[in-house]
Design a protein. Structure first.
Length: 369
């Protein structure tokens, strides 16, 4: 095994150093575990990364020594002895590295941790630095896109098995468990988030928790699920019809699908995120359901299931090639049911690619026959 740091980590760290310099402090303490993974390849937790102008030091404990050496060779390790807290290790290491101003991840560090860190670092100035690594993570490289593709594929395979094996007496909770089982069978770590399975009127709850509702109790169910493959996530939503669809349900389904396709059509580098959101929202508003679509259109997906960027009416930023985003308009009618249709979409150099291909035309959502 090579003892050199991976070219991927070097590239990401160099980009981060340029951002740190622009922000006006000399070093950054990375405490968000997903950000540590992104920068180093280390897949464990309870470890911080100190990035200075010339080096990077991973601060961890003896449980992870072997894993760290295997996953991120070439990165300097500071393994704290038992009885030493990680913040004590940070302070000692930062002083030894002659850090003068230390950025901290204000978006994720708790106030308590910040106060404890400030007590230990003495004369080192602590500077709020929100979202530097998250900004880098918005643009996926070729390897990341490949992992997301695999996560999408595993989610699709699991859903295909699930759809073919639905039984009237199955509960929402059983369906969610079956999805997890199938994803693991196909090589995933599991679901990328607790699946949402909602039968009938419960489909009007955008984040319904699977309960004891049975498929036979209503002619439709909403399933929102994804797979985790080597840390990268997918996120898909479909509505399935297990019986004759009520006319109102068919109508809102067609409106949501039209809204989703209108938004996807707008996706390309330079397109304003708010314009993409408006493309979907205007279709739903024209149909008279605008007050029943109460959330943003989508979000970034990668190491986290919800990450930057966010697509909503207030997002005036342009899309950039390499972003992977969800497009998920919905209509939710309390007491009746709801429809959300969601796909993962890659922004390409000249437009977009829909990564998820689960059938979504109304006729394709019927179960059995």
């Amino acid at each position: 095994m090579s003892t050199d740091m991976s070219a991927k980590s070097k590239s990401r760290l160099n980009k981060l150093r340029r951002q740190i310099k622009q922000e006006g402090f000399d070093s950054l303490l990375v405490t968000n575990f997903k950000n540590v993974t992104y920068l180093t390849g280390f897949t464990g937790d309870d470890s911080y990364l100190l990035v200075t102008p010339k080096t990077e030091i991973l601060l961890s404990d003896p449980r992870y020594t072997t894993q760290l050496e295997e996953e991120c060779p070439g990165i300097t390790l500071e393994i704290r002895p038992p009885g030493t807290s990680i913040l004590e290790s940070v302070a000692k290491t930062a002083k030894k590295a002659k850090v003068k101003s230390l950025g901290f991840e204000a978006n994720t560090m708790t106030v308590g941790t910040h106060l404890a860190l400030a007590e230990r670092v003495g004369n080192i100035a602590l500077v709020s630095a929100g979202g530097l690594v998250e900004n880098l993570r918005e643009i996926k490289d070729k390897d990341e896109i490949g992992l997301i593709r695999e996560a999408v594929s595993m989610a699709e395979k699991a859903f295909s098995v699930l759809k073919a094996s639905l039984l009237p007496q199955q509960t929402e909770r059983e369906i969610a468990a079956n999805l997890e089982h199938e994803i693991r069978k196909y090589g995933g770590r599991g679901c990328s988030f607790p699946p949402i399975v909602a039968v009938g009127p419960r489909a009007a709850l955008p984040h319904a928790t699977p309960a004891e509702g049975r498929i036979e109790e209503a002619p439709f169910l909403l399933v929102d699920w994804g797979a985790d493959y080597q840390g990268y996530k997918s996120d898909i939503t479909r509505v399935l019809f297990t019986g004759k669809a009520p006319a109102k349900m068919k109508k809102i389904y067609q409106v949501v699908l039209k809204a989703q396709l209108a938004a996807i059509e707008k996706i390309k580098p330079g397109a304003k995120m708010s314009d993409v959101d408006h493309a979907a929202r205007s279709v739903i508003a024209k149909a008279g359901f605008d007050k029943y679509f109460g959330h943003g259109l989508g979000h970034g997906v990668g190491l986290d299931i919800h990450e930057s960027p966010r697509l909503n009416a207030l997002s005036d930023r342009p899309l950039e090639a390499g972003m992977v985003i969800t497009i998920e308009p919905g209509i939710y009618l309390p007491g009746f049911g709801g429809v959300r249709i969601e796909d993962d979409v890659l922004v390409t150099r000249d437009g977009h690619e829909v990564l998820s291909g689960v059938p979504k035309e109304f006729e394709e959502t019927q179960v059995g026959g």
